[in-house]
Design a protein around this ligand. Sequence first.
Ligand SMILES: *Cc1c(COP(=O)(O)O)cnc(C)c1O
Length: 370
Amino acid sequence: MNHVTRKIVPADPRASYLAAKSEILAAVTRVLESGTYIHGAELAAFEQELAHFIGLPAAAVGVANGTDAIELALRALGIGLGDEVITVANTVTATVSAICATGARPVFVEIDESTMLMSPESVSAALSRPGHKIKAIVPVHLYGHMCDMPALTTLAARHSVVIVEDCAQAHGSQLNGKTAGAWGDLAAFSFYPTKNIGAFGDAGAVAGRSVDALARVRRIRQYGWRERYISEEQGRNSRLDEIQAAILRIRLTQIEKENQTRAEIAAYYRANLAGSAVRIPGIAAGHKHTWHQFVVRTPRRDELKRHLETKGVIAGVLYPVPVHMQPAYRAELDLPVTEAACNSVLSLPLHAGMHLDDAATVVAAVKAWA
Ligand SMILES: *Cc1c(COP(=O)(O)O)cnc(C)c1O
């Protein structure tokens, strides 16, 4: 037989569109007919609904993308030139470019070997270094699993530094029943199309407990305006438009079901890849994992990736090079756990448009390699 086999892809935002097609088309039409395309009723409603989803009383603030969300959150909390901000190096460079955009300097700390997330011990060590200028911590809830927020919030309080959670990959993730974004002073969300709650374009938001800082984000995102044409401070243009906001309101109604589908596929992978040649991801006690990525580890990662491609299974590498080893952010640092993670991680296809028979194909392909 000479038929073309369907590829199993890492993400499929179009499946989420098709799952709610008539609703989404109606929402886009509604906005187009309304005549209001920026900062209208759709955004205001989405900002309330997102806060409700996270379990926060104050409305979130929509911004243009996730990178801006991190930058504006830090700026609103007073972070700027001369300050230092702790984060990790096994993240998308966006986390770091946002820190640098405030004028602050990133301080990379080591990750925990088992979770690949920010290590509270390394944060504690950085905060104990004499003469440091650390004012904030940006924990990245990578792959859908939250960082150790009880430990990090305790450290932040002890050292009087603020926390901006990077929630781009953790929409609906929880620890001890408390949702990602409700732990820090502020939290940054990206709704890039492949995120668990994805727009069909760029979008982001800042949420959080600090009501004053949220009000400041609201000013900074539109020229620093206190009221129309009167700038209270120097701001930017980082707006979330009405069409994306209307779409995101629908995406919010899909997220619980989509996260459930992701969890089912992850459970299938975990059950069927246990004891195989790859190391499978764990779930720490008290955590609800939302499986933005299903990341296996093997020192022969590149070989496995190529093998899977021959079987029509497209795996991703998040992230191949730690940020401190990239030309734009190069720093002489010794982060062996981070480097080992970047050299061994491989994301198996996992998205809400996938079926268990796709997952079975992936499992068979991994086992055929082993
Ligand atoms: C996607 C992502 C971002 C950046 O979001 P954009 O909307 O692309 O600007 C930041 N941090 C993490 C961890 C991400 O996954």
